[in-house]
Design a protein around this ligand. Structure first.
Ligand SMILES: NC(=O)c1ccc[n+]([C@@H]2O[C@H](COP(=O)([O-])OP(=O)(O)OC[C@H]3O[C@@H](n4cnc5c(N)ncnc54)[C@H](O)[C@@H]3O)[C@@H](O)[C@H]2O)c1
Length: 433
């Protein structure tokens, strides 16, 4: 039986390596369509929870996970032995930046090292972790070949397929977001197409893994650069005494040739602030400077400092200093209605304000506590003590916040998201980005 047939009649087994924001929704989806799925993760707590039917990833409800686990279609493992009995292996481990803001591909390398001893001929390997163009072909495939003694493109297939998930997006998820696939060989492309077609509506095969890697980087660079542009527009509007929000809303009435992007306190999350730097790093090695990416990164990275300046100015207008003031940060998640605070600008804002001597608390109904370099930071439990603060700064525009109440009870509000646009009373003490 060919792999395509085994996928078609649901006798193929899928292994998903890395069960985080990307891997767990994917594993749930493959199991949902009847493919026996084995998740592998080095986080033992996460593995144990998944096997109890408990999800800590907001895009996968425990009510969805539990029956998949109970039926035996999905299970989680902290060792890699299940790779040997799997037909398709999808790798979804983190690809962060290191301390010098260069790509850290250590998680992929370590996953590949642990996978290799369990490889056998006929398997397909798909990397979904974001990486730079060339990585799958130049680094991953040779490494798997060397460790297994098998030949990529002949004994096993290797492909790159970017994850395009938008956490918290209720309209577009794994099923209805077109999957891009780039394999080392045409036959590999067809195999991986068959795999993803089992649970995703549209699959588009491109000519190479390098092209698929670049597709992902284009998408995220497009966002990073456009956000950098509107963030700079916000700085310009600030100097000109204009509301950038009003300007953008008016420009967005144009039905063609314009797409609104919105400014904010800085980029966050696992993708937009990081992925473009994988591309600029790769280009630097080719003696080319990715100017748009670097400029956007400079502007976006500086936004938290601009927010702190707004806080300083707002207090100054009331004859107060940052030092000694009680400041409440509203929202630490990097975007609305989610619990992910990775790379969140809120954390930089909190640190910078605290460095200036303020007493800083935060409140986020989605993030009751967060860790920064191993230190646990606890949010306040509720907003019952709102009147005790000198200023509140809205970093995340969660829908759960009652903005009218917040603006009524706080003497000064710095709003970095235009979340208070519908608040009528007390406009004089709201400072918009
Ligand atoms: N989160 C997103 O919105 C998103 C969207 C698109 C693409 N991506 C990309 O997908 C990849 C994964 O991101 P994520 O957000 O799911 O990360 P995550 O941190 O939520 O999950 C990664 C998981 O991999 C596990 N892991 C780490 N090393 C491992 C190893 N050697 N073997 C097995 N498991 C290991 C971790 O324990 C963790 O559970 C990254 O490359 C990211 O850039 C993320």
């Amino acid at each position: 039986m060919t792999l395509e047939q085994a996928i078609e009649n649901r006798t193929a087994q899928v292994a998903v390596v890395g069960l985080g924001y990307v891997g767990l929704p994917l594993a749930a989806r493959t199991a949902e369509v009847g493919l026996r799925t084995r998740g592998v993760d080095i986080n033992r707590g996460r593995v144990a929870n998944i096997n109890l039917g408990i999800s800590d990833i907001s895009d996968v409800a425990s009510e969805v996970l539990a029956p998949l686990v109970a039926s035996g279609l999905l299970s989680a493992h902290d060792d890699f032995a299940v790779i040997n009995e799997s037909d398709a292996i999808i790798i979804c481990v983190p690809t962060p930046l290191n301390k010098t803001r260069d790509p850290d591909i250590g998680f992929i390398m370590s996953a590949a090292e642990q996978i290799a001893p369990h490889m056998k001929a006929g398997q397909i390997f798909v990397l979904e972790s974001t990486t730079y163009p060339g990585f799958t072909r130049e680094v991953l495939a040779p490494m798997l070949e060397q460790a297994s003694g098998l030949t990529a493109g002949v004994d096993f297939h290797v492909a790159f397929s970017p994850e395009r998930i938008d956490p918290g997006n209720a309209t577009y998820g794994v099923r209805n977001t077109t999957k891009i696939v780039g394999a080392l060989s045409e036959a590999g492309g067809q195999c991986v197409r068959a795999l993803y077609s089992a649970f995703i509506d549209q699959v588009q095969v491109v000519s190479s893994p390098d092209c698929a890697e670049m597709v992902k980087l284009l998408e995220n660079t497009f966002r990073a650069v456009n956000i950098g542009l509107v963030n700079e527009l916000a700085l310009m509007c600030h100097k000109l005494g204009l509301s950038v929000w009003e300007v953008i809303d008016a420009a967005a009435t144009k039905p063609f040739g314009y797409m609104p992007f919105y400014p904010g306190p800085g980029l966050g999350g696992h993708c937009i602030p990081i992925d473009p730097l994988y591309l600029s790093w790769k280009l630097r090695s080719l003696n080319y400077q990715a100017r748009f990416i670097e400029l956007a990164d400079t502007i976006n990275t500086d936004m938290p400092t601009h927010v702190v300046r707004l806080v300083q100015d707002a207090l100054n207008d009331r004859g107060k200093a940052v030092r000694g003031s009680r400041i409440l940060v509203l929202g630490v998640a990097y975007k609305r209605d989610i619990d992910d605070y990775r790379e969140s600008p809120a954390i930089t804002v909190i640190d910078q304000i605290a460095e200036k001597g303020a007493v800083v608390d935060y409140y986020d109904p989605h993030v009751p506590h967060y860790f920064e370099e191993g230190t646990r930071h606890e949010g306040i439990a509720d907003l019952s003590d709102l009147e005790s603060y000198d200023l509140g700064v809205i970093i995340t525009d969660h829908r759960a916040f009652d903005y009218a109440d917040i603006c009524r009870r706080l003497p000064v509000v710095v709003d970095t998201r235009n979340a208070t646009r519908d608040v009528r009373a007390g406009q004089d003490h709201i400072y918009l980005l």
